[in-house]
Design a protein around this ligand. Structure first.
Ligand code: XMP
Length: 534
């Protein structure tokens, strides 16, 4: 790949991915790798600049958490953020003081002198004429002595060295976090670093990327056949459209309808891919098979495992059929997946293993079982880039900007035992909720409530409650509406939907979906709740 590249070394901060997203927003290609990558790797990566991330660690506690010597020997600019600043200070001859007093949250930082990083970058000026920045801090330890060659770049009353620079070598460091949106000029600073200081061109543009990705897929695959599990979700849809653009009929999509999809989803996927794109799509109606295996199962983890396992079984059977039907007996050699960059980073890049809260459904292990090579054309992209690419490939905006939908589908939105009857009720109730969210525009922002929420859906509760309709008593099921706002799905707030909208949704569900007589709204944040109910 010919792009200018930035290397981000990850010391284990929760927000390292945000650094990469901000750099990509500046249209510069970057990758995140663990802080202890080999020196050969760094040399081969050939970065135009390096960014050292923050960490949960202290320079005192963990002495392996250092930047490799190669970082300093390579002669390219380096930006240290938070822990990255501290390790820069320690490794280059300054000092860091341990503190049990954490500074956390909003801070106003004074910018000193005119370093190239902060020149002209400020939020306001004090009466004395000092340029000030509104930033987000999260640290305990701090740098107390500048390394030789460095000058002071920023300070706060409680953190006298909040930024430092050695401009001759192109080394810059800040104690605050420019990657989070709470740091108002963070975007400008990272843009300045990667373009202004490292000299990257800004050539990472999704519209242009199609050609590059298409060429790469053609080169990888040659004249061999590819199969792909199409789920109707954003990632697999964009992967399918991209691969189809590259190799046309060498791609066969397998769309497994497990009966736990959203209303009309099967039809929509077929219309789009088979109808409009003229891709080869095998539509597998497997609802009965899935329901059969789910019968009597109430445990959420058990349900997830069954759905994941059955998905693999159905997919394997279809792959075998395709192979048998292929006259040339070549069969597929490749399995394509819509793996995106955050999946890659989460499965290998981070150092601290997180506790398993829910086992996420994916098709891991499938390529080995099928004896197929893996094709993952979205591996380098963040979700927002995947969406941009989808639009550039001609997929409809509504499909590409859809809320995420979990692999196990409605299986984790029907609490307890999954039954076809419950799925049918839930599909219709959920459809009404989504339709109203898409229709209702918030006057303050001019956006629809669908766009103002990150994820919204309906949950089926297998309990009955008493109601009254006309002159009669009803004894029917209950649903809960869930709508959240989040930037990373790790934490989320419940959305403050307008009462008038909730009222309309509730009245429509109760009137239009016979079998449901009560609608509730979920007002729990994550944590301590999760977004899905199971
Ligand atoms: P939770 O419920 O853990 O969900 O707060 C966070 C995000 O992950 C989605 N999710 C899944 N996605 N397979 C998926 O592909 C799964 O098994 C799965 N479980 C949860 C959930 O919809 C939310 O966006």
């Amino acid at each position: 790949m010919q792009h200018d590249k930035i290397l981000i070394l990850d010391f284990g901060s929760q927000v390292t991915q945000l650094i990469a997203r901000r750099v990509r927003e500046a249209q510069v290609y970057c990758e995140i790798h663990p802080n202890d990558v080999s020196e050969d790797f760094i040399r081969a990566f050939n970065p135009r600049g390096i960014i050292l991330s923050g960490s949960h660690a202290s320079t005192y506690e963990d002495h392996q958490l250092r930047a490799p010597q190669q970082v300093w020997d390579l002669g390219v600019p380096v930006l240290g953020i938070c822990y990255g600043m501290q390790t820069m200070a320690v490794q280059l001859g300054g000092s860091v003081e341990w503190s049990d007093h954490r500074e956390f949250g909003y801070a106003e930082v004074r910018a000193h002198g005119h370093t190239k990083l902060l020149d002209g970058v400020e939020d306001f000026r004090t009466a004395e004429g000092h340029g000030m920045l509104k930033v987000w801090m999260s640290h305990g330890d701090k740098v107390t002595t500048l390394p030789p060659g460095f000058k002071l770049m920023a300070s706060t009353p409680s953190c006298p060295i909040a930024g430092m620079a050695d401009e001759a070598r192109g080394y810059y460091a800040v104690q605050f976090h420019p990657e989070v949106t709470h740091t108002l000029q963070g975007h400008a600073m990272l843009d300045r670093f990667v373009r202004g200081i490292c000299g990257c061109k800004g050539d990472w543009i999704m519209g242009d990327y199609i050609e590059e990705a298409v060429a790469r897929i053609r080169e990888q695959v040659g004249d061999e056949e590819v199969i792909l599990g199409l789920s109707g979700g954003v990632d697999s849809s964009v992967a399918a459209a991209l691969i189809h653009r590259a190799i046309g009929d060498q791609l066969t999509c397998v769309f497994v309808d497990h009966g736990l999809l959203r209303l009309n989803e099967g039809r929509m996927v077929m219309e789009m891919f088979a109808g409009r794109l003229h891709a080869k799509v095998v539509h597998v109606e497997a609802a009965e098979q899935f329901m059969g295996h789910l019968q009597g199962v109430t445990d959420p983890e058990q349900k997830r495992k069954i759905i994941g396992r059955e998905f693999v079984e159905v997919f394997k059977a279809e792959a075998a059929k395709l192979k048998a039907a292929d006259a040339s007996a070549k069969g597929a050699k490749w399995l394509a997946q819509g793996t995106i960059y955050p999946d890659v980073v989460e499965s290998g890049g981070t150092q601290t293993k997180k506790a398993t809260i829910k086992s996420h459904h994916n098709v891991g292990g499938l390529p080995e079982q099928l004896g197929l090579k893996l094709l993952e054309p979205l591996r380098e992209l963040f979700k927002d880039e995947v969406r941009e690419l989808g639009v550039a490939l001609g997929l409809p905006h509504d499909m590409v900007y859809r809320h995420p939908f979990p692999g196990p589908g409605l299986g984790v939105r029907i609490l307890g035992e999954v039954k076809a009857e419950f799925a049918a009720l839930l599909q219709r109730a959920d459809h009404i909720f989504i339709e109203e969210l898409r229709k209702t525009v918030d006057e303050a922002t001019g956006k629809t409530w669908y766009d103002l929420t990150s994820q919204a859906f309906t949950v089926f509760l297998p309990v009955k409650s008493v109601g009254v309709m006309g002159d009669g008593r009803t004894y029917d099921y209950v649903v809960a509406l869930r709508a959240v706002q989040t930037s990373d799905f790790m934490t989320a707030d419940w959305a403050e939907l307008p009462y008038s909208l909730l009222k309309r949704v509730s009245s429509r569900i109760i009137n239009e979906v016979r079998g449901i007589n009560r609608v509730t709204y979920d007002v729990s944040s994550k944590p301590p709740a999760t977004i899905e109910w199971e």
